[in-house]
Design a protein around this ligand. Structure first.
Ligand SMILES: Nc1ncnc2c1ncn2[C@@H]1O[C@H](COP(=O)(O)OP(=O)(O)O)[C@@H](O)[C@H]1O
Ligand SMILES: [Mg+2]
Length: 308
């Protein structure tokens, strides 16, 4: 798959002297849903801003669909839709007018039919004649999405799309994102809600303190870094972990009623058989067991902590 966005050696030092992006290289594949994960202040909005031409890089190059952002800005920007983190709309305009106007800004011929479809898809059609300022926060966010899609971009950036958004809008938003992706639009979203990335993304990039720490297929990342745990609920509590089990990846819960065994989900042998035999030899009975897998959240937290 060819890359639709390519970022090379990107640096951004703000006027304050703060270095928000440090030598970022990133390729986004055509048609993928890429989630950029990172804690607050990691540089996500700065990176998106640079790709969308809002933030002027200190160093480095960016291409979007073959167009150099610095030298061929209009052509590059016409391919891109951006739903910014902050709500910013033309408060005094009607919904339909502000979305139609956005389309015009990108030099696209008017298309009332497309705008109608867009507003219907976003449950905004009923509000088409309402002034933007009269809408609720959730509705304003829908307007932001409609504006971002007004010129039929092939690349869509969503910067923290679901931060502070109600359940209904979040659900609609994901449905819409899925549909767009199916129609071939490349989607890049930033989030610090990891479940979202876990559910939606094809690939995940992790950014922390202005550096890209890794970029990987979601499935590979989960398999590579994922650990599994087996928890045994004991018949009778133990006062302490038997010495026969010390030195093994086994922990006793504080109340002594459960043993947790951690193993590598990728490993050849899990060691569970050996563990169970040993427990049997020790006369430790258990009444139930359950296994769990580390979530992307666990992986992410440990990664950011490790490299901090
Ligand atoms: N205009 C600016 N001037 C100086 N520092 C900035 C500016 N914008 C952002 N920063 C700083 O750059 C860092 C990255 O910010 P940002 O890209 O917004 O992170 P994120 O979106 O991941 O939360 C933060 O420490 C932020 O305070
Ligand atoms: Mg941000």
């Amino acid at each position: 798959m060819s890359s639709i966005i390519s970022v090379r050696g990107l640096n951004k030092t703000y006027a304050s002297g703060f270095e928000a992006l440090k030598n970022v290289d990133l390729d986004i594949r055509r048609g993928e849903l890429f989630a950029l994960l990172g804690p607050n202040g990691a540089g996500k909005t700065t990176l998106i801003g640079a790709i969308c031409g809002i933030v002027i890089p200190t160093r480095g190059t960016i291409h979007a669909d073959g167009h150099d952002i610095a030298t061929d800005f209009r052509a590059a920007r016409a391919k891109i839709g951006l739903v910014p983190q902050e709500l910013a709309t033309d408060a005094f305009e009607t919904v339909r007018a502000t979305v139609s106007f956005s389309r015009g800004l990108f030099g696209k011929a008017a298309s009332p039919a497309y705008i109608e479809k867009l507003l219907r898809d976003l449950s905004l059609w009923d509000k088409k004649d309402a002034k933007v300022m009269t809408l609720s926060g959730g509705m304003k966010r829908r307007v932001m999405i409609a504006k971002a899609l007004s010129h039929e971009p092939t690349i869509l950036f969503l910067d923290e799309p679901t931060a502070g958004v109600d359940v209904e809008l979040r659900r609609d938003m994901w449905q819409m994102v899925r549909k767009l992706r199916e129609s071939g639009v490349t989607i890049i979203l930033t989030t610090h809600y990891i479940e979202e990335a876990e559910e939606m993304a094809d690939r995940i990039g992790v950014i922390s303190k202005g550096r890209i720490l890794l970029v990987e297929d979601k499935a590979t990342l989960m398999a590579r870094l994922g650990k599994k745990q087996l928890t045994l609920n004991l018949q009778a509590p133990l006062a302490q972990l038997p010495t026969e089990l010390s030195g093994q990846p086994v922990e006793l819960s504080a109340d002594g009623t459960a043993l947790t065994y951690t193993f590598d989900s990728q490993g050849e042998q899990t060691g569970i058989g050996t563990l169970l035999r040993r427990l049997n030899e020790l006369g430790i009975d258990f009444k139930s067991l359950q296994s769990s897998e580390s979530s992307l959240e666990d992986i992410f937290v440990s990664l950011v902590r490790e490299r901090a």
